[in-house]
Design a binder for this molecule. Structure first.
Ligand code: GTP
Ligand code: MG
Length: 170
């Protein structure tokens, strides 16, 4: 039958990777060239219909600045899903994403649906992380992988939709 699912989702990743921009694109269909850096965390919700269910995402958009790192467990604790975001023009942000994956594997909900988002794919000419490298890392670690652009909307709805499909049904 049809089910209604409430799913807590957290976005994690380096500052500037584009977490807030992905959420703004998904929730409001907007993009800001000068998106402000998040202080602490921000909350949004958005509902998505998949084949057999209506999923209400309760989204925690965390702050990537290092000084907020210690707050992160409050947001990923009890989360059904996480999107770990890196900027594909910035190899350091990919390294940071791997650290978040490790932390979630140690401390997070073991049934969490995890997605790896290589964001800013519109900046192909500045790419510094290959899709092959990220895809094989994701496969080895049980995440699914997509390259996204909050600017052009590439794969933004799709990544939330793929998460919704993978959530356990009540
Ligand atoms: P913190 O809140 O500091 O952790 O950063 P964040 O991960 O939320 O990044 P944010 O969404 O603030 O984006 C940082 C900058 O990158 C902003 O200037 C955005 O406009 C830009 N940006 C985000 N996503 C994209 C994208 O897909 N393409 C391009 N070209 N720029 C992007
Ligand atoms: Mg932000």
């Amino acid at each position: 039958g049809h089910s209604n699912i409430n799913a807590k989702l957290v976005l994690l990743g380096d500052m500037g990777a584009g977490k807030s921009s992905l959420v703004l694109r998904f929730v409001k269909g907007q993009f800001l060239e000068f998106q402000e850096s998040t202080i602490g965390a921000a909350f949004f919700s958005q509902t998505l219909a998949v084949n057999d269910a209506t999923v209400k995402f309760e989204i925690w958009d965390t702050a990537g600045q290092e000084r907020y790192h210690s707050l992160a467990p409050m947001y990923y604790r009890g989360a059904a899903a996480a999107i770990i975001v890196y900027d594909m023009t910035n190899a350091g942000s990919f390294a940071r994403a791997k650290k978040w994956v490790q932390e979630l594997q140690k401390q997070g909900n073991p049934n969490m649906v995890m997605a790896l988002a290589g964001n800013k794919v519109d900046l192909e000419e500045k790419r510094s992380v290959s899709a092959e490298e990220a895809r094989s890392y994701a496969e080895e670690n049980g995440l699914f992988f997509m390259e996204t652009s909050a600017k052009t909307a590439t794969n933004v709805n799709d990544i939330f939709y793929e998460i919704a499909k993978r959530l356990p049904r009540a």
